[in-house]
Design a protein around this ligand. Structure first.
Ligand code: DQA
Length: 141
């Protein structure tokens, strides 16, 4: 059975409550239940969320040498963290970067994603569907 990790960064624990007009009205708990049941025959799904940059790096390192793929939404750290980009470059598992919102439609400071070059690919602006598509891609590998 494949292993897929979903790693969410800062403030994504508030999805559903936080700026719902941008990030949607549903919580991650609801999405996770749906993803686990939808993909139960193809992959195990592990979930980790933290608001702390170093914990994101620790989890990327922990999962990144044996998982089949990682879906990573590093939240605002995507725009600032060379350290997370370095972690993504350091591991073996392919990482698919995901943003719920379309960062290119938003404020200028969100237009740069430092993780883009380190990720296998990136999905921005498709809401929860971005996570589903990223997992489908990992399953297809
Ligand atoms: C985000 C976009 C980031 O700019 C923002 O800081 C987030 C969420 C997204 O999923 O759209 O926290 O990564």
């Amino acid at each position: 059975m494949k292993k897929t990790g979903i790693i969410n960064g800062p403030n994504l624990n508030l999805t559903g409550k936080r700026e719902p007009e941008i990030y949607g009205k549903n919580s991650f708990d609801e999405l996770l239940i749906e993803l686990k049941s939808r993909f139960e025959l193809q992959t195990e799904i592990f979930y980790f969320q933290t608001n702390i940059e170093g914990e994101l790096i620790n989890k990327i390192q922990e999962w990144g040498f044996y998982f089949d793929g990682i879906v990573l939404n590093a939240g605002a750290y995507s725009h600032t963290s060379i350290a997370i980009a370095d972690a993504v470059k350091s591991i073996k598992s392919p990482v698919i970067g995901v943003h719920l919102s379309n960062i290119y439609n938003r404020e200028n400071e969100r237009h740069t994603d430092l993780l883009l070059g380190a990720c296998k690919g990136n999905i921005s602006g498709l809401g929860f569907a971005g996570y589903k598509l990223a997992i489908e891609y990992i399953i297809s590998l």
